[in-house]
Write a protein that binds this ligand. Structure first.
Ligand SMILES: O=C(O)CCC(=O)/C=C/C=C(\O)C(=O)O
Ligand SMILES: [Fe+2]
Length: 312
């Protein structure tokens, strides 16, 4: 087996509420370089750890993490629609391996996924179907969350499974870093919003457009005094990237969920996907991680980072 890792922020506001042209060009160049590296690696399998933003998973049954044997993109925020090329047989084998590893993982034979999964797949491969893929969705948006140590254990167990495959595997993590887009909280919401958070699958086109318009409007004022959301936190982001580079992943076991929400924003917990991805890589031994890019970008509501890693 050979293995590579890429963890990236995603943002539904890319192309919808852009920062200055020089920043857009910087990010375009980093993504083009990353995509060229993926092309050169030519993965036989992509394992993508991703969050969901109330498009596939709702509070009628909210799992901490779920492996999909089939996944369809809802195409929110202009992302590609259609089925991902999930390797169903391997996804099922992985699920069995995870349950045998004492992890109570959920399984879906028909999951809807959103930009949180598809944007990075699209940016890294140009498609939803170019390579066989296994999606693992990690709840990063709908509290309560399992402790970070559980995410590290999940990643480790996934990595042990991947180590037994005779394949070139690309591990992707997508989300974060610090940020707080306008995702409603169940506890604070009026009844119609609670109803949506519990079972709001397949919204009308108007409903989806209203959600997207709210996010764009939030991006226009994010980081200004008009904005109520927690601002980006570059110090937190840089420290998190350094932690990943240090290889001392057990440090995430002490992460305080409430403190992260307060200091860096509620959606910062999308970094769970990065924790799982790095723990999966670390299961095969020491690694080297390279910071390809970091910049706090208010227009995209994102502490925007790209990190790559390979076995040392
Ligand atoms: O779309 C909605 O209904 C709520 C807003 C939302 O989900 C925004 C998501 C933004 C990101 O994915 C992000 O910044 O990571
Ligand atoms: Fe997100």
């Amino acid at each position: 087996m050979s293995i590579q890792l890429k963890c990236l922020s995603h943002t539904p506001l890319r192309g919808r509420n852009d920062p200055s042209a020089d920043v857009v060009a910087e990010v375009d160049a980093v993504l083009a370089q990353s995509r060229a590296e993926v092309e050169a690696f030519d993965p036989e399998l992509i394992l993508v750890f991703a969050p969901d933003h109330y498009n596939g998973l709702f509070y009628d049954l909210m799992p901490p993490f779920v492996v999909a044997t089939a996944a369809e993109s809802v195409g929110d925020y202009g992302t590609l629609t259609g089925n991902l090329s999930v390797d169903a047989e391997l996804a099922l084998e992985l699920t069995k391996h995870l349950t045998d590893s004492d992890l109570d993982v959920s399984l879906s034979h028909r999951l809807q996924v959103d930009h949180g999964c598809t944007q990075t797949l699209e940016e890294m491969t140009g498609s939803l179907t170019r390579y066989p893929v296994i999606p693992i969705i990690i709840n990063s948006v709908a509290p309560p969350f399992v402790p970070y140590r559980r995410i590290r254990k999940l990643g480790e167990a996934v990595g042990n499974f991947l180590a037994g495959l005779n394949k070139r595997v690309l591990i992707l993590g997508t989300g974060g870093l610090s940020h707080e887009p306008p995702v409603p909280l169940l506890a604070d919401s009026p009844q119609e919003v609670q109803e949506f958070l519990i079972c709001g699958r397949n919204p009308t086109p108007e409903g989806r457009a209203a959600r997207e318009a709210r996010t764009i409007a939030a991006g226009r004022i994010y980081g200004s005094e008009l904005c109520q959301q927690t601002p980006l936190n570059a110090v937190w982001d840089e420290a998190f990237i350094e932690l990943l580079q240090s290889g001392e992943l057990e440090q995430v076991d002490d992460f305080d969920i409430q403190q992260i929400s307060t200091e860096a924003g509620r959606s910062t917990h999308e970094v769970r996907t990065w924790v799982a991805a790095f723990a999966a890589l670390a299961a095969s031994g020491p690694y080297q991680a390279r910071k390809d890019y970091y910049r706090p970008i208010n227009e995209w509501i994102a502490g925007y980072g790209v990190v790559s890693a390979t076995p040392a």
